[in-house]
Design a protein around this ligand. Structure first.
Ligand code: ADP
Ligand code: MG
Length: 490
């Protein structure tokens, strides 16, 4: 299957070729012909499967004929965050290079002047976050009755961010005879209802089961005590062939602290979370994209939907509270065919959260075992032996730096553009009162001696302990073999 088989114009095929795509992804292969036939569409596919091009490409051809009119955009793409909106705009510019189409980006947090000017001159494609669009609409600065095509992108994110009422309002203002497309990684009931209400006889495309995760991602969970999380993370960063990693935490305070700690340990890390202003966030992201740093510590909202290429690892430093976040987080790796590894740290207090994740993804996540370790593990040195170099769970700095300096996968520095969004958007998730939740009861957690990892996998998990274990003193690294490999919870 090639792009040429999908019915796109020659100009577009040229632009696609220039973008370096050789083959359409499954969602693109199915969606593009349907959109070209002006059908309504529901597209469900995991994060990173190329949903953007599956609507932007055919939209360009659909919009190619027709006339612009002042204040009346001809098509509308709704995005939950300004980062995503800006990304779609970039895509639009790239694919639309050979077309005479005008696009405007309508996002919160930036001056309205240029946006209004563009609207006045007439746009073919308007890419907007719901908040700013509503704002302009209510002030009479924009009319939606000339809008014959609507895309609701990242619908499940829209739901998370509380935008569903806004979207309903906007849909009501659009002409009834229009083409509507809805894209989402998951399909919770509210989204289904929205689709039933605002789409007519849609073609539904589902690329692999909703809420399932990508097969290019090898996912593990690691039972770990709260106070050993950082040590465990640092060991993995140093020993799991990490090229680039995003480390997710549930709380902004943890993001900040962890970034500091990692830097102190010599890692090249940065942070993004909701308390950081948009400019700084963007700069941090650029540093990550250009390879100046290779570890990004992030909160969910700040990292949502970001298209960062070639992330080799995702770490869930905290098990996400909302199972959908799990899918989105680990979807930052294994993008566009590349392989990735995802690790989720699970404390005793996370038992329910991880169960919910496994319910949603309909698969039990493998426990990270000895067989999954990518470096040679040596048995703990016998008494009296001098430990070779591992009194700490990580590589010496020089070795680790080398790893960090390894050439990154192809990533061009991107053009910098201001991206802003409603700062309120960042507050959805990060303030949940989990801080005072039950602490790990360490008496229940015993490090185990090695056990063949195979048997670990075939047995029911989370209920291991060996009675002949020799406990390790708290906080002590127990030799070259990472201690967390043997930790289970009763
Ligand atoms: P989604 O919206 O499904 O999460 P995106 O549209 O952001 O995914 O695409 C993810 C990544 O895949 C982007 O970096 C994009 O440039 C890349 N991509 C999209 N389509 C193709 C393709 N046909 N071939 C190669 N890479 C692609
Ligand atoms: Mg997308």
């Amino acid at each position: 299957m090639s792009f040429a088989d999908l019915g796109l114009s020659d100009e577009l095929l040229k632009a696609v070729e220039e973008a370096g795509y050789t083959e359409p992804t499954p969602i693109q292969a199915q969606a593009i012909p349907a959109v070209l036939m002006m059908k309504d569409l529901i597209g469900i596919a995991q994060t990173g499967t190329g949903k953007t091009a599956s609507f932007v490409l055919p939209m360009i051809d659909v919009m190619a004929s027709g006339r612009r009119r002042a204040l009346m955009p001809r098509s509308l793409i709704l995005e939950p965050t300004r980062e995503l909106a800006a990304q779609v705009a970039e895509n639009f510019e790239k694919y639309g290079a050979n077309h005479d189409l005008k696009m405007a980006l309508l996002i919160g947090g930036v001056q309205m002047g240029d946006q209004l000017k563009a609207l006045n001159e007439g746009v073919d494609v308007l890419i907007a976050t719901p908040g700013r669009l509503m704002d302009l609409f209510e002030r009479g600065k924009i009319m939606l009755n000339g809008c014959e095509l609507l895309v609701i992108d990242e619908a499940d994110r829209m739901l998370d961010m509380g935008f569903i009422p806004d979207i309903e309002f906007i849909c009501d203002k659009l002409p009834e005879t229009r083409q509507t497309m809805l894209f989402s990684a998951t399909m919770p009931p509210v989204i289904k209802k929205l689709a039933d209400k605002f789409l007519s006889n849609p073609k539904q495309i589902e690329v692999s089961r909703a809420a399932s995760t990508n097969e290019n991602i090898t996912a593990f969970k690691i039972n770990v005590e709260q106070r050993k999380k950082r040590e465990t993370l640092e060991w993995l960063l140093g020993n799991d062939h990490v090229e680039t990693a995003i480390v997710f935490s549930n709380k902004k305070t943890t993001v900040r602290q962890l970034n500091k700690d990692l830097q102190r340990s010599g890692f090249k890390s940065g942070e993004i979370h909701g308390d950081i202003d948009q400019n700084t966030r963007q700069k941090e992201l650029e540093r990550f994209k250009t390879g100046e740093i290779n570890i990004l510590v992030a909160s969910d909202v700040a990292a949502r939907g970001l298209d960062i290429k070639g992330v080799s690892h995702v770490f869930n430093y905290d098990t996400p509270w909302h199972p959908d976040d799990y899918v989105h987080r680990i979807g930052r790796t294994g993008r566009a065919g590349a392989k990735g590894r995802a690790f989720t740290f699970v404390t005793k207090a996370d038992a329910e959260a991880i169960e919910n994740v496994e319910k949603l993804t309909k698969s039990e996540i493998d426990v990270f075992g000895k067989d999954d370790v990518r470096v040679e593990l040596k048995d703990a040195p016998a008494k009296g032996d001098k430990p070779k170099r591992a009194s700490k769970p990580r590589k010496p700095d020089d070795e680790r730096d080398q790893q960090a300096d390894k050439p990154k996968r192809a990533r061009k520095p991107r053009e910098e553009r201001p991206r802003e969004e409603n700062p309120g958007e960042d507050r959805t998730r990060e303030e949940k009162p989990r801080e005072n939740g039950p602490q790990d009861d360490e008496s229940l957690v015993k490090p185990r001696k090695e056990k063949p990892a195979k048997s670990e996998k075939s047995q029911p998990r989370r209920h291991h302990r060996d009675d002949d274990d020799e406990p390790t003193a708290p906080g002590e690294w127990n030799g070259p073999q990472p201690g967390f490999l043997g930790v289970g919870f009763d």
